[in-house]
Design a protein around this ligand. Sequence first.
Ligand SMILES: Cc1ncc(COP(=O)(O)O)c(C=O)c1O
Length: 399
Amino acid sequence: MARHISARIKRLRPSATFKLDTAAKELQRQGVDVISFALGEPDFPTPKHICDAAAEAMAAGKTKYTPAAGIPELREAIAAKLSRELGHEYKPSQVVVSNGGKHALMNVWQCILEPDDEVIIIAPYWVSYADQVELCNAVPKVIPTTADTDFQPDLDDVRKALSPRTAAILINSPSNPTGAVLERGIIEALAQMAVEVDAWIVSDEIYRDILFDGRSHFSAAMVSEEVRERTIICDGVSKTYSMTGWRIGWLVAPEDVAKAAGNLQGQETSNPNSIAQWAALAALQGPQDCVEEMRAEFERRRDYIIGALAEIEGVKISKPGGAFYAFPEVSAFLEGQLEYNGQPIRDDLTLCEYLLHAARISVVPGSAFGADGYVRFSFATSLERIQEGIRRFREALGQ
Ligand SMILES: Cc1ncc(COP(=O)(O)O)c(C=O)c1O
């Protein structure tokens, strides 16, 4: 057979926003003051006690390989946290620590999917889900939702998408890119459908600690024992503790899945970074006021940005219940009344290019998340920058 690149890798989509990112960075390099609403990571420094724990780990020589599934102390701390929060006893043997939540998810798909299996994904969705599922030669079945229904899925749509090949229903609440928190009744209904077709629930709970308006997190694993036994939770320290660069995430699953994922990881990457694991342990076991401080600051920004976007005529906005994203619908501005490069603007990607050049703000087009006609604002930037950025946005829309 001729030398070639595999079909499944060729299918991977290059990042839809790459051109936009490059253009934003180039403008910044030229000294242009671009306000970035594009980042998917908290803007706060990692809390000091966590960084100190990493320095101590290095000084103590914790610089060698660890068990593939993670250091026992961290697996115990993750199991203990989840047991406390979900009111059910999880064992450390159900936990596999990986190089970030994204890697944990990839491990999950590889452990549970056969070629041509289907995964129900609610759109707008974090773009890696579809690519990861396709990398396993499986098929994403996308259920669209809109701002009109606060991005809650129509259960009939989900039911119609079920088939004998449904291997998993993916839940991401709070969601990236919408910030939507799925209603408890919706989660219960999705869980019930998973039971009916004997599918997994894969629950990406990476934003579970960033919730607003006094909400508390509801996981599919809390629905019933029957549901818990088919729920795989993915989480990590990236968003909760502002630790995106440390690359620590995990899956918590029934023991046979965790064992399979540990074996897979053993052949794939071995253990996640040892020093970062000790830092993650300090994050979980240390003082938690930093989590509340960051959460409260995100809520303050959410209140401002949602109020300001709602005042712009033509923008439709649903109030996010968590995470740090606002996802306004902007299709009223895609009817050709605005121009970029002498051409009428008719799609969200071109609108984002226009906003970058005319307003010096960078936002991510909704089409990157399977939702044309929207843009994503991350409010992981200071309130002052958000205020100035929204002023520029408004002006560029002609208001
Ligand atoms: C919905 C969602 N899941 C998972 C992740 C993975 O985060 P990490 O790999 O940094 O743990 C992200 C990061 O942007 C995300 O937005």
